[in-house]
Design a protein around this ligand. Sequence first.
Ligand SMILES: [Zn+2]
Length: 251
Amino acid sequence: MQDNRILLNDSEKNRYNRQMIMFDWGEEGQIKLKKATVFIAGAGGLGSSVAIYLASAGVGCIRICDSGKVELSNLNRQILYTDDDIGKKKVLSAAQTLSKINPNIKIVHLFEKIEKGNISKLAGNAQIIIDCLDNFQTRYIVNEYAVNAGRPFIHTGVYGMAGQITFIFSPETPCLECVFPDAPPPEILPVVGTTAGIMGCLEAQETLKYLTGRGTLLKNRLIVLDGDNLTFEELHLEKSPSCKICSSKFN
Ligand SMILES: [Zn+2]
């Protein structure tokens, strides 16, 4: 078993000590993270939060994809970037920052627009796909890919001080189109940086749980954050028998 050859060096044991001392994480859990590859779809506000925490936690390979360049109006929430990055490719700046946060991990930066024809190549061998997007058109592409490839897909969206998150793993759970069959009209979404930070942290934490095999994942449940009143509402989700993406897989 070649997996047994992956070990942690002393520096890594020191860096990750405070999570490794947790019950049922240990060196074994940390090695699972070291071996893992994740795909972060979008390097904006959510992507910043997810990528920073997964890099800090020691996820071995982070594939991060975005076709955008840093703009001044991004900086209220996209904490991977500074004024010095304005005009640069987001994924390139992100990769540089993430490599400074944790030089032990591999960052694959993908400066591409996600489309049906390239999603498989972009996701590569990632074990989990993390939605850090800002539009449903692209989310549907990623969702369909995740369903067909049998990969877990964490969906999150933010709007102002509100957010939502669910863990999709078809056919065990509904897919994104079961829950949201119709895309809301495209618009420039209002986003407070803290909301993107909170929801990105939740995505990162679900990812760590999945990769280390601990806890109860957010399957078949949608958590809705009302940040103005600081409430989390939990909704039960069900598969749609008429879903054009996944229904053929569970009949
Ligand atoms: Zn579905």
